[in-house]
Design a protein around this ligand. Sequence first.
Ligand SMILES: Cc1cc2nc3c(=O)[nH]c(=O)nc-3n(C[C@H](O)[C@H](O)[C@H](O)COP(=O)(O)OP(=O)(O)OC[C@H]3O[C@@H](n4cnc5c(N)ncnc54)[C@H](O)[C@@H]3O)c2cc1C
Length: 475
Amino acid sequence: MPDAFDVVVIGAGPAGYPAAIRAAQNGLTVACIDAWKNRDGSNAFGGTCLNAGCIPSKALLESSELYLRANSEFAVHGIHVSGVELDLAAMQKRRAGIVHTMTGGVAALLKAAGATAIHGTARLRPGRLVEVTSADGAQSEIKARHVILASGSVPTELKALPFDHRFILDSWDALELASVPRKLIVIGAGVIGLELGSVWRRLGAEVMVLEALEKFLAIADQQLALEAMRHFKKQGLDIRLGAKVTGALVAEGSVSVQYQDGSGAHSLSADQVIVAVGRRPYSADLFSADSGVGLDARGFIQVDEQCRTGAENVWAVGDCVRGPMLAHKGKEEGIAVADRIAGRYAHVNYEVIPSVIYTAPEIAWVGKTEEQLKADGISYKSGVFPFAASGRARAMQAAAGFAKILAASDTDTILGVHIIGPLAGELIAEATLAMEFQASAEDLQRTIHAHPTLAEALHEAALAVDRRAIDNINR
Ligand SMILES: Cc1cc2nc3c(=O)[nH]c(=O)nc-3n(C[C@H](O)[C@H](O)[C@H](O)COP(=O)(O)OP(=O)(O)OC[C@H]3O[C@@H](n4cnc5c(N)ncnc54)[C@H](O)[C@@H]3O)c2cc1C
């Protein structure tokens, strides 16, 4: 292996590996070093997203939804099934297989691009010297013209409930359970808590969700949040808001969790607890104190708008820097930095980053919420189209929810799109593209959408902005 590269990327998650591939596409010599270790001791590329995040969670969400539908929905279609049985081991094997294929794919992509992929731990020293301890224990030193830090994030622990990985679980543990808990407490009603809570609820667990905030899904448009809460309650998720966890006790094979809310102190017991209160940036032993790289008060690597750290030609991208902790945000930053290094134009539009919660109904949004527009004093128009009026959604037995478009009163520019309903995470791509091109509601109105599709809901929501919807009564 060479001891000098144009670019050394530390971390091969969704921020790091695309940076390495793009740098190689730009004709630069690249090494990409990743320390990920699976619980069986094996190494893998792909970071949190592929190994313990986005992909395994979506695999289980899909399987658990099918199990639920086979049990409760097929009869509506006139399909009578009996003896539907859960084979969790097979479900988990499928999840693990998908992860294995995808992480192997990252290794293949790096290789095909001509990047040198290394399983090992890296540490940056001044002058862009990178110390590498390979997975086999061998030590080496690499000199880099540029270094991209993409070390990601780890689950936040609660002081009162340190992870023991048996009873008090992090999100990774919660994806690899070998049996369905009878009773499960999820702490945190954020994206990860809701997705994991949904999986185990569908598979039969009694699920209680404790959320410290009084508002449900405070980051989302509140019309969407209210609709989501209604559906989650119907599904049997026992969501308790304003519930601040104060302690927990593990004894005799179960956990009791104490929490405080407006009405006083309470205690709940369960077989297991998932702590999903957020993630914190990870940079343990990533760089020496004299490397010139700094951290902010919350532990994020300090960067400017273009992802430059305080050290010359050292960049940082993804979850370890400010901004939403999302795989696609990290990917765009990684690609942009690799292009900047090669002297090419690059831009990340932080105003137009879609968010998706893969529950049922699915939730997705991009741009501003109504609450944000009101707080900013921006005058807007709103158009809403319910999936109940969509023929395709009805045919899919998935008519819950709505699509909502917010557009500027004066210019008609789309300012935010909020969807709760079938395949909302796919539908939001059209809205994201529209916003990236600063489209107006009228632009969407004049765009032909195939019939019958779910995407027509966006078309009709755009028409509803001007009270010109065709397939719904304009109010
Ligand atoms: C359960 C769950 C579900 C999620 N679902 C979604 C989703 O649906 N959509 C979405 O956009 N996001 C989702 N996320 C968030 C997403 O996983 C992260 O935003 C994303 O992985 C961040 O990418 P990254 O490359 O910055 O960091 P990571 O993916 O965390 O990768 C960082 C890598 O750097 C390595 N590393 C760290 N330090 C060193 C070092 N010193 N030397 C070598 N290697 C090092 C780590 O081992 C790791 O492999 C989910 C997260 C979880 C936990």
